[in-house]
Write a protein that binds this ligand. Structure first.
Ligand code: PFF
Length: 454
């Protein structure tokens, strides 16, 4: 996607933005966070965070990008020259980089699982573990992510594929592919939902996911849900500022933000409806494996019950790999757009400049699930630290700075102009959104972050 280019069609624009939003965050991170934070209580707070913070912050990012017509840093510079607001864009680039360190690793796991589904190895019995035992998939996953070479090599392969697609140009390849593959992901999730409903403990799983125990709503649950909503909607780090700069003048920002956010939330909820009946039915709630591997254990268990597991498994992991790829691309795009625009670099040079150091950092991230697991940062492994630090601190902080900017320091009428397309569009949500960004979002995000510290 070259600088100043535009998304071709309305559907392409939605597909590319949904492509950024829907990814490992929905399928891998959401169920793990739900399980770690009390099930339905987390879901409830998550939905509130998407509606109250996610949609307004997304609109804020779109507006800055379309008004500034540039990358995350330059857009601030153009809108408020001579001020320090561009630092917010810079923080976003830093955050994007940290996310990529673990995102590429999990994308690599997806490719390994795709490969093993194709060869049938994933469904072959393992020595010492009874066939059909629910240890089969959790043992396999534990052993795999703790090993040295296979996850690291798949991570490198992922980075190279991502780099190749980014160099070829996003619009032709990925935009077209995601128009077809994203709807297919929805379809397969719906089929899996129906299958999950036939599991013996489906009702218990649904109760765990949908019936909240209000006493479990703690400040930590708020921070995790806020972090998850920003992670899942790709907010707080400039990605959607960059995408906003590719929007057309007559794009209806509000409709786009609402559509993308609801679709993204819908995918996460579908995944929960599949996973938790599986967790209960296969007795995985007592299993001693980290939430990280939840999806890589529960989904194969479900495929194993279906007709032709390899077929479903292959299809699912292809779609998950593509969802991960479209998201990785959007995360990388923040830095690449900046290098291309600011330093007038060729796209290929910028791409490899961003991705080459990532080979090293994501290798460290992968090893921190195995031989480097004793190396802790604030009690977390490198992998978990990058995950928790970005989602639960840097992204909310980025969103906080951005909403303070829009509410108090951006050029007067900029936000209103963007929400009404220069006054040509009637938008009854414009004033409430501006009010939320000025008062509610900054205050509540600050309260959530501060209370969680004490
Ligand atoms: N939203 C993506 C997901 O749910 O997997 C991850 C992501 C993409 C985070 C882009 C941040 C971002 F800027």
């Amino acid at each position: 996607m070259a600088e100043n280019s535009e998304f071709k069609s309305k559907i392409g624009l939605i597909a590319a933005t949904v492509g950024s939003a829907v990814g490992l965050g929905n399928v891998w991170r959401f169920p793990a966070e739900t399980q770690a934070n009390g099930g339905a209580a987390f879901l409830l707070v998550y939905v509130v965070c998407v509606l109250l913070f996610g949609i307004p912050v997304m609109l804020g990012e779109f507006a800055i990008g379309r008004a500034g017509r540039s990358d995350a840093i330059e857009s601030y510079r153009k809108l408020s020259p001579g001020t320090g607001w561009w630092i917010s864009g810079f923080l976003g680039i830093l955050c994007a980089y940290l996310i990529l360190t673990f995102y590429m690793v999990v994308s690599g796991w997806t490719l390994e699982y795709l490969f093993q589904s194709l060869t049938g190895e994933l469904y072959a019995p393992i020595a010492g573990v009874a066939e059909g035992s629910n240890l089969q998939f959790s043992d396999r996953m534990q052993e795999y992510i703790g090993s040295v070479w296979p996850p690291m090599i798949w991570t490198w392969i992922t980075i190279i594929i991502c780099g190749a697609v980014l160099c070829m140009g996003v619009q032709k390849g990925i935009e077209r592919a995601s128009n077809i593959l994203m709807p297919l992901l929805f379809v397969i999730l719906v089929i899996l939902c129906i299958t999950a409903m036939t599991l013996p403990k489906a009702a218990e799983g649904l109760e765990y996911f949908f019936s909240p125990d209000f006493s479990k709503i703690t400040p930590e649950v708020w921070v995790s849900a806020l972090g998850q909503s920003f992670f899942s909607l790709s907010l707080g780090m400039g990605t959607l500022i960059t995408y906003g700069s590719y929007f057309k003048k007559d794009t209806n920002l509000t409709n786009t933000a609402v559509t993308v956010s609801l679709l993204d939330m819908f995918v996460a909820i579908l995944v929960g409806v599949i996973i938790f009946p599986g967790v209960m039915s296969f007795g995985l709630e007592d299993e001693n494996f980290g939430g990280s591997s939840l999806v890589f254990v529960t989904f194969p268990e479900i495929f194993n019950m279906m007709w032709c597991p390899r077929l479903w498994s292959t299809l699912f992991f292809i779609l998950l790999a593509v969802a991960a790829l479209t998201s990785s691309i959007s995360i990388s795009e923040v830095s690449i757009a900046y290098f291309c625009g600011h330093f007038k670099m060729k796209r290929t040079t910028a791409t490899w400049l961003v991705l080459a150091p990532l080979m090293v950092l994501s290798s460290v991230s992968s090893l921190s699930n195995g031989i480097l697991s004793d190396w802790k940062i604030f009690g977390y492994t490198f992998f978990d630290a990058c995950d928790q630090f970005t989602a639960n601190l840097l992204m909310p902080l980025g969103a906080l700075i951005m909403s303070v900017y829009i509410g108090w320091f951006a050029p007067k009428h900029m936000m209103m102009d963007q929400l009404t397309n220069g006054g040509t569009l009637r938008n009854r949500f414009a004033r409430p959104v501006i009010f939320l960004l000025k008062w509610v979002t900054p205050i509540l995000i600050t309260v959530i972050l501060v209370t969680s510290l004490f």
